[in-house]
Design a protein around this ligand. Sequence first.
Ligand code: BDR
Ligand code: CA
Length: 307
Amino acid sequence: MDVILDVDTGVDDALALLLALRAPDVNVRAITCVDGNVDVDSVVTNTLAVLDAARAPQIPVARGCPQPLAAERIHAQQVHGCDGLGGVRLADPGREPVEAHAVEVLRRTLLDSAKPLTVVTLAPLTNVAVLLTCYPELADRIDRMVVMGGSAGFGGNDSVAAEFNLLHDPEAADIVFRSGVPITMYGLDAFYEVTVDTETAHGLSGSTDPAGALAGSLLLAQAQRFATREVTIGDAGAVAAAIWPEHIDTDPHHVRIELHGAHTRGSTVVDQRARRGILAGRASGAHNARVVWSVDEAALRETFLTA
Ligand code: BDR
Ligand code: CA
């Protein structure tokens, strides 16, 4: 499977990168960076450093949008630490990002591919929204977009109602969800389900594979930060869901992004009436996303650990 990853690395983005690098039959064609958990320059540095630490091949890494389209910038250092990697120190990266902007790298990678690609977004949707605004015809070059973002029944994390990636740039999310690209929404309903316990993380941190060892250290850093014995693999779950869709349960829905609510800006409004057998009322629009309602968490954890 050929994929492009859009990231705001981030502890769990790092776990996702490591999984994508080690998963069998996955070819990461490009990695695009965006402002999110930390500023975009730190995202680029963290991404390159993680790839180096895992002794990854020279996958193109591109710097993308440094701020949301219209929203005030927010970051998530309370979750990922000041550096974005939970205090896990890595060597300075041995290379620079490519010169081209992330939007250009997305465009070229999609056009250069013989077949439509899977795009997995683990971050605010700014880069992808700019791409689809400038080049709407490229929607056809995207086979499926797995979006880590939003929530259907869970509520929010960064605010009571909204998930961080979509709250960071609601206007971008709105553009992407209305673009016609086939979306799988891997939201908070799944995000917190797939966890690794500290004993397993300890085992991983002693791995002879540098990617496994780094994954273990990142998980242990988060266990310490949150004083917990179970740590979510977060964004890595979205990558696992993209690779092994047989381990997720999805339903098609009409999903809109709330752009105005006093308490709900950035949240996902998922029309669940048909799923609940409520057939009266006004139609809200065509299905534009498959929402991940539940996951086989044991199976997804196993795919992560095995990789
Ligand atoms: C999402 O926000 C970020 O903090 C994580 O990396 C994840 O992509 C969870 O809301
Ligand atoms: Ca992320």
